[in-house]
Design a protein. Structure first.
Length: 281
């Protein structure tokens, strides 16, 4: 890893915060709470369809751009996502750099459950403790980033997540990382258009790499997606889902942007039931 990158700043803090949580609640304590975790919603099934599915992200800030909105109401945003066509909800739970929390994910999970939508925990997972922690707090899926894990760890973490009922979204950014993900048994493979070393974004990343992933796998394009045209282009190359946060949160009309990117313009979903809406009304 190149010295001085964003990951160089983020990962040491992630490990420090993790040790603090382990001191407060040991692994055995998490195991005791596991039976009280909410029933898992199937992440893979939610992304399996002929249409490109939208994973809408709750994201308060980023290391490169700072805070997106002054005060973000997590429950209200999760409800907006669910009502307007999201197939799943992603929640940033990193606090120092993204201003998220496990509490945010729990709030979003409570709302998402009314629409039977799965919730993805998006964080920098570097330890089995975080995987168990994710399930206890209500995650249905977790993000595993090839760039921050060794191949042995990746296999171990994928298997542990599945043992707990969660399907991991395994994130890649290069051809080599895609082959590592495939070799590790990943079924849901993310292609991040953002380089985590520099945080620069280029949608061409997915365009170039998608054909490296064989049929039968679920392809998720992440970052830099903001229009229906982007989604259409990604569909043409076999992408199954898109993960979008910033474009939804900063949109003039977030509800309409969710409908646009999910292909649901003119429709409103009410706790799992779609109702046609007159856009003039």
């Amino acid at each position: 890893m190149t010295s001085g990158t964003f990951l160089d700043r983020i990962l040491p803090q992630t490990r420090k915060d993790l040790e603090d949580r382990k001191q407060r609640v040991p692994f055995s304590g998490l195991e005791a709470w596991l039976e009280k975790a909410p029933k898992v919603q199937d992440f893979k099934v939610a992304l399996t369809n002929s249409e490109v599915k939208l994973i809408s992200e709750i994201k308060k800030a980023s290391p490169s751009k700072g805070q997106f909105v002054e005060k973000l109401d997590v429950a209200a945003l999760a409800r907006l996502y669910a009502k307007n066509g999201a197939a799943a909800i992603s929640v940033l739970t990193d606090t120092p750099f993204f201003q998220g929390s496990l509490e945010d994910m729990s709030v979003a999970r409570t709302v998402a459950s009314m629409w039977k939508l799965p919730v993805l925990r998006k964080d920098f997972i570097v330890d089995p403790y975080q995987i168990l922690e994710s399930r206890v707090w209500g995650a249905d899926a977790i993000l595993l980033i090839v760039a921050v894990l060794g191949e042995k760890e990746l296999v171990e973490y994928i298997n542990l997540a599945r043992q707990l009922g969660m399907e991991p979204l395994v994130e890649t950014h290069t051809e080599e990382e895609i082959h590592v993900a495939l070799g590790s048994g990943a079924d849901v493979i993310g292609i991040n258009n953002r380089d985590l070393s520099t945080f620069k974004t280029d949608l061409k990343t997915t365009m170039v790499l998608a054909n490296e992933i064989p049929k039968g796998k679920i392809i998720v394009s992440e970052s830099g997606i903001s229009t229906a045209q982007h989604v259409s282009k990604l569909k043409d190359i076999g992408v199954n889902a898109v993960l979008v946060g910033e474009a939804l949160i900063t949109a003039v009309d977030s509800s309409e942007k969710v409908r646009e990117l999910s292909g649901q313009s003119g429709r409103l979903r009410i706790q799992g039931l779609d109702e046609s809406q007159d856009k003039e009304g």
